[in-house]
Each structure stands twice: as C-alpha cells, then as structure tokens.
Write a protein that binds this ligand. Structure first.
Ligand code: 26A
Length: 348
C-alpha cells in the first residue's frame, strides 16, 4: 500500500504554557479581567502568574491556541501528519511543551530564543467561562527568517494545508502572508482562526490584508461580533456576519471561501461564498456534570475541522469532526484530549 504523505498540515502561532486554575469573581476583579476573554498581559497583570501558582493550585498545561489545534488534528490524523511552528525559549516551560507535543505525536519546530522565557497564559476558570491573560515572551520573537530557513521552508512546501491562529497577527504578519500566498499559488487550503475579539478590533489592518487568502475562516460568536463592529458591517446577526466573511474578495478563485462560526452549545453556523443559504449544525450537548472546562474548546473544534479538510471530507463531516473533538476536549482539564485515544467513527 502506498504510504500516506507525512506532515500534510502545517500550523503556525504562539506556543504557550497555560497556568490554569479555578478562580472566582474576586480574582477576576483583582486583575480587571472579564469572565470570558483573551488579552495580552499589561503591567497590572504581572503578578497573576505567581498568584495562580501559589494561591490557586494552578496546573501547568500545554496551551497556545493553534498548538492545541495542531495537537487536535494530529489526534485524529495518521501519525506524522501535523507540524507546528512558533517561538519558544530554552527553559523548563519549553521542555513541558515539547513533552506534551511529543506525547501527542505532534512535530514542533520552534524558533528558539535562549534569552527570552517561553510564553505563558494565565487561565482563570469560573463556571463554564475562561479568562486568559497572555505574556508572549519568546513567542513574540517568531520571525520570517525562521520560516524561510531551508529546512523549515521545505516543510511549508511539502504541506498540503495551512492553519494559522489569528493570535499570530500580534507577532509576525509577514510570516502569515508568506503561508497565505504559498497556499493561493499552489491551490492549497489556507485556514485562519479569528482567535479573539481583540484581533479584529486592534489588528484589523494585517487581518484584512490576509483576508483575500482565507479559504476557511473560523471564529466564535464574540469574535464574529467584534469583526462586524470593527468592520462596520451594520449587523449583529451571526448568519449575516458569516455570509459577509464568506463573500469578501478572494484571490484563489478555485476554492469558494467557507466561514464557520461556533456558538458554544448553540448551532455552528456555516456560510459558503456565493450561496444564499447559511447552514446550521446543531451541537450534540454533553451532560453539564461531564464538563471540566471550556479552555481550548474552540481550538479543538478547529483541530477536528482541519483534520477533515486535510482528509478531503465533505464540509458537513468536517464540522462534525470539529464538534466531536471539542466535546472530547471540554471533558478534559484545559486544552487536552483523552488518552487512550478515541476514534472518530463517522457522523454522530
Ligand atoms: C497572543 N495571545 C493572546 C495568544 C493567546 C493564546 N494563544 C496564542 N496567543 N492567548 C491565549 N491563548 C491560548 O488559547 C488557548 C485556548 O483557546 C491559551 O494558551 C489556551 O491554551
């Protein structure tokens, strides 16, 4: 039997170690955090990491949104299917990340900066919400030079699909554009996640520059709303926003753009470029008592979805794979997947 090609999916973003704890309203207030948000740490947030570790029994868990997605896609795909790029330090935290990725069978190619600590993300869980506060550290030093290094660029050329976490717009838009252009030139799918409301709000220009290259754009309802507001779409209707995203101008006309908006336990909305009809895919709920936390649920959705795209499955099945993997992840602590592995056995 012919061997399947290796490393068909290449992902790029910010490797982070999550410092995650169950907290309360007082903790959120202490640092001025919203219950469900993702922000970059500012001076007033510096203490949160030690605070979580010392006073809230925080756990260290591999994170970084697209790294979670990459581990998720690899969870479903055959061994050696996914490679992940980003910037990390040369420290204990990087070792934990490498270990977790190795266990998940994910190949990582970090741009190592020995002078800067690995990025970390303080995660405060309250109920079914998660508030994230990120200090990017070495992840912020990812650069084009690393992407263009001959051994890394060979991985880019070899890959058949690209997934970029929108959080990377805060780090290295030129690297994103290189992948976007490579995808369009070779008719490979380029998948982008909006990542967080602050990306369309405060990184609008680089986001918009990449938009013509999106074959798939994935976001949740709050990211969609932030996009609509920052782009003056004049609507708060998720279906209309999905349609607007799908119908933005596109460079590679061989693929119709697909916009996918998840909404927690509400149906996933899917719009296809040029199509009037928007499709809703109901989520298969799990009993409340089985929910551990929702940190990484969206990343897991993207992971399952990307695995489907790489395998060339029909759109409805890609969505189903995303919902399936998200369901597995929210039963685990943080952005993790159950071991021993469960197999996706077809549409639920
Ligand atoms: C640039 N920022 C803010 C970030 C992140 C991030 N990943 C990359 N860049 N802020 C939070 N995360 C990750 O999101 C995951 C949950 O979706 C966290 O590390 C967490 O694992």
């Amino acid at each position: 039997m012919a061997q399947t090609k290796e490393f068909r999916l290449l992902c790029l973003e910010n490797p982070l170690l999550d410092i995650q704890a169950f907290g309360d309203e007082a903790l959120l207030q202490k640092y001025g955090l919203k219950a469900n948000d993702a922000i970059l740490a500012e001076p007033q947030h510096q203490e949160i990491f030690e605070d979580l570790l010392n006073n809230y029994d925080a756990k260290l868990i591999a994170g970084g949104a697209a790294q979670n997605t990459a581990r998720g896609a690899q969870y479903i795909l055959p061994p050696n299917s996914v490679v992940y790029l980003g910037g990390a330090g040369d420290d204990k935290y990087a070792a934990i990340l490498r270990d977790a990725c190795k266990q998940a069978g994910l190949r990582v190619e970090y741009r190592v900066d020995p002078k800067v600590p690995t990025g970390r993300c303080g995660v405060v869980i309250t109920g079914h919400n998660r508030s994230m506060c990120t200090e990017l550290g070495a992840a912020n030093h990812y650069d084009l030079e690393h992407l263009k290094r001959p051994d890394i660029w060979a991985l880019v050329e070899n890959a058949e699909a690209y997934y970029v976490g929108g959080y990377h717009f805060t780090v290295c838009p030129p690297a994103i554009m290189e992948l976007a252009k490579q995808a369009a030139e070779h008719n490979k799918p380029f998948i982008l996640s909006l990542s967080a409301p602050f990306i369309p709000q405060f990184f609008k220009d680089p986001l918009d520059e990449s938009a013509p290259y999106w074959d798939y754009v994935i976001g949740n309802e709050t990211e969609a709303a932030a996009y609509a507001e920052s782009h003056g779409l004049g609507t708060t209707d998720v279906k209309e926003i999905a349609k607007a995203l799908a119908n933005l101008p596109k460079i590679n006309t061989q693929r119709k753009r697909v916009a996918i908006i998840t909404q927690g336990t509400e149906p996933t909305i899917v719009a296809v470029q040029g199509e009037e009809q928007v499709t809703e895919y109901p989520v298969h709920p799990i009993p409340k008592e089985e929910i551990n936390d929702t940190n990484g649920a969206g990343d897991a959705f993207a992971g399952g979805f990307c695995a489907g795209v790489v395998e060339g499955r029909p759109l409805a099945e890609c969505v189903d794979m995303g919902q399936w993997l998200a369901k597995l992840s929210i039963r685990e602590l943080g952005p993790s997947y159950p071991f021993p592995k469960q197999a996706y056995t077809g549409k639920q």
